[in-house]
Design a protein around this ligand. Structure first.
Ligand code: SIN
Length: 318
């Protein structure tokens, strides 16, 4: 006799505003993120627990996201891939660093069982909370055959981790995918695909190697009018922990002042990997000829930070 395996969706909770709570519901802007574990979050959203399994990975404001939490999350996603009773994974996350986490999950895929991230801009007990709708859409999307390996659902739009950016602080529809456009939409709970996801083609370590490694120290510096490069030198000075990489959010298509170039050339000669991105919201950094002071990346700074970590981890000696 065969026992039928009931397939479930695994929800991995990390915190964020979707799990946030306001002391006073008449003043929902004053709230703490990451207050509810998944059991309470689901109870407050009115979503039935039927065919769901809940696992709290962390309960943080995503400004406090760190590589140890990323490793725990990647490990949980990996374990779920090998379980016959799990069909798909939904991750609840704060909006502030969702871009980095979604990119990391995407880069370390593709996963056979899809991963859908979701979030909210209003706390769970706001009278107009957007979390329950987003979570419901994420669960419905996760149960739809043929969806991308990793996607992000927010305000009925489904974003590609290669493209999305948080661009608003004041609306439920906080993300945009720029000129590339969204992967699709959730319309009344139905998935309406628009375009395929972009692949990550950069170097990366095997998952087991990533989980066993120390995350490299990579800092992100912004070039601006009046930049002297002192911040670059300060980050790589005696008494600081070793610096492995630098992401430069350069002006325009990758320009920095002469002083800034000199500082970057110096740290690069001392072994620091320097990737040059752009501080412009859309478009990419690009160089017409090689530079002594850095390598252009097509990724924006948040994604470049994760991609550089993966590149450094992929070349680490065993
Ligand atoms: C967070 O990122 O955890 C807080 C902000 C949000 O989720 O919108």
């Amino acid at each position: 006799m065969h026992t039928k395996i009931i397939q479930k969706t695994l929800i991995l909770g990390t915190g964020g505003t979707i799990a946030g709570w306001a002391q006073d519901t008449s003043n929902p802007e004053k709230y703490e993120a990451g207050q509810l574990g998944l059991t309470n979050l689901l109870a407050s959203s009115g979503i039935s627990l039927n065919q769901l399994e809940l696992q709290d990975i962390a309960q943080i404001d995503s400004k406090n996201m760190v590589p140890t939490v990323w490793k725990k999350l990647l490990n949980a996603v990996e374990q779920a891939q090998n379980r016959p009773d799990i069909q798909a994974i939904v991750v609840t996350h704060g909006t502030d660093t969702l871009e980095e986490t979604a990119f990391l999950l995407h880069a370390m895929g593709p996963w056979i069982k899809p991963v859908v991230l979701t979030c909210a801009m209003q706390p769970a007990n706001s009278l107009t909370a957007d979390g329950p709708g987003n979570l419901r859409d994420a669960l419905l999307l996760a149960q739809t055959p043929g969806i991308p390996s990793v996607s992000v659902v927010c305000a009925q739009r489904v974003h590609d981790p290669m493209c999305l950016q948080k661009i608003r602080t004041d609306q439920d529809d906080a993300f945009d995918s720029g000129p590339s456009g969204v992967l699709g939409r959730m319309h009344q709970g139905q998935w309406q695909p628009a375009k395929p996801a972009k692949a990550f083609t950069g170097p990366k370590p095997a998952l087991a190697a990533l989980l066993a490694s120390d995350w490299p120290r990579i800092e992100w510096v912004v070039h601006h009018a009046g930049s002297t490069g002192q911040v670059v030198r300060a980050l790589h000075s005696p008494g600081q922990p070793p610096l492995h990489g630098l992401i430069v959010a350069a002006t325009g298509a990758g320009s920095v002042s002469r002083e800034f170039e000199d500082a970057l050339t110096q740290v690069r000669q001392e072994g620091v990997a320097v990737w040059v991105s752009s501080r412009c919201v859309w478009g990419q950094a690009h160089f017409h000829e090689p530079k002594t002071w850095g390598e252009a990346t097509t990724l924006n700074p948040a994604k470049a930070l994760v991609a550089l970590a993966l590149a450094l981890l992929s070349t680490e000696k065993a």
